[in-house]
Design a protein around this ligand. Sequence first.
Ligand SMILES: [Zn+2]
Length: 646
Amino acid sequence: MTNEFSQASFQEENNGQSLGERLLSKFKKSTVSSEETTETENETNKTFKVQRKIIKKSITKPNEEENEFKILPWEKPVRIMSLMWLEQVWQCLLIEYENDMIIIDAGMEFAADEDTLWVDYIIPDISYVKKNLHKLRWILLTHWHLDHIWALRDILPELEWPTIYTTPLTLWIVKKSFQNREQMNKIKYKIVDPNIDIIKLWVFTVEFVHVNHNIPETMAMAIHTPKGLIFNTADFKVDFSPAIDKPADLSKIARIGNEWVKLYIWDSLWTASRWTPKSEKEIWENLEKTIKNINWRIILATFASNVGRIMQLINVAIKNNRVVFLAGRSMINNVEICQELWYIKVPRWMVRKLDQSVEQMPDDRVMIISTWAQWEEFSALARMSRHDHPQIQLRKWDTVMMSSSIIPWNELQTHAMMDKLVQKDINLITNSDIDIHASGHGWIEDHKLFLNLVNAEYVLPFYMTAFHRYAHKKLALDMWWEEEKIIMSNENWTVIEMYENWVKISDEKIKLNTILIDGKWQWHLSWEYVVQARKIMAHDGVLIITYKIDTNSKEIIWNIQIESRWFVYSSEVKKIHTLIVDFARSEYRKIIKWLIKKWIKPEDINVKDVLKEMKKKLETFSTEHTWRTPMVITSFVYINKTDKKD
Ligand SMILES: [Zn+2]
């Protein structure tokens, strides 16, 4: 109530002019084209009038028990949904109101779980947006991590190139993700400055807020809609002494919190982590201290996307008179972009691509910064651990520093790689020896601070696993949020509806698919047979039975051909193959005999149907006799015996 009361008095003091309106007129210097702002000025007024109406209404609260009175019969909600899976850190958020739609972020996810391990990566399903393409004109990007932008190269052409609103660094990376220059030139964009810009996108007005993460230019967004204000954090943490940018703009968040946020959409990662992460400044100091005392070659491994850390490392290297060699294509690309945008200002010759010249350099002048994507067996560090890197071989006394936390589902691969590294007698330093890494995501205290400042009426822990989202719910309950104001969505593609007096999970669900990118092509997971087949083959191999069938009699002629891969061991091939072939022959004959008994003429027998049945029988037979379940493929070729005789 305090918030609503202060809102009401605030409105009176400012002659009915909301803070958003005043800000809009104040920041005329916005880098965003004034054309779009002017043409929709009336719409802006409309938005804020609606907002005023909501504030007045909330003073006389509707009866919470009677939900049906919360929605007016003609009222259309603002609809919010994720076009990706709920339980992911990657995002693609859709906000829609009648004839307008915006998308925030368009990420990809490396396929890493049981269902998707067999393809390259997963992108959002845009089929709903394509059906409503006339509504979409804008995509807003919070920051440039792959899980927030990498699907753009796949979806932008299909969405007919809506305008992207983002910061320079993010835009640069988006452009680089398009390998085709012609396509790259089609990207329409507007650069925003989170410190001053407020943009009007028809019924939506968006204000940007600088937050900390492990890369610069990361933004949260406040989205004014006709049904109230939404605050979306995207990825964030609060760092009061960051290494590469300023502390998160908490005063702006507090101001927005005072404008009455209707719905707060939360990044739920690490909400169950009870301790406070180290500041980036401390990490920097630890790196400096450690590196200063090492007299041998240093190999520093981190995510290529963690450019904040890479910038720190380059500075520490230069200070310690070491030349930086970059290993890994994505590392080289990202550093080049940071140099072009002046985020890295050291002389170019001091930062080089890793090549043979590293061997000529004295050990105490070398620092190699290497990619280490934990899920990727071809990251530069993983290759070094296997002696499989073309430019560098690890040797005794080398120091390998792993500056990133181990993601829980990558633990096995990571420990296997660490085993290989230490067997080379190198000196291995990880985050458990000394704090040389801090996560880019806020932990529990950051979440509490944000929740308190945003002070939203409804909160929506919206992405990450149920474990993290429910930890988030508990956190909100501890901070005295009412349970019915915490929206918990447990299924993918749930639609959240925001009305003037209510935020709820919609009764309708939008049917979307998981879209897999496999090499050059896109597939839908729900009907994609290939993925299932790859799984089966990887577990128990494949068994292929080929019949030669007489065209007229449909009888088997000559031998049945059998081939198997990764199904039986060499010592058992003969025995098992013979068993299977005998079974395949006798069962086929039984089926044909039975069909003829039923007065079906041989020329009317459909061999394809018979083989479908045989496939099932062979699957059961193989499993019973081997306790393995290979993928069974049955096929046939027609042989015309009569023709042959002629
Ligand atoms: Zn991120």
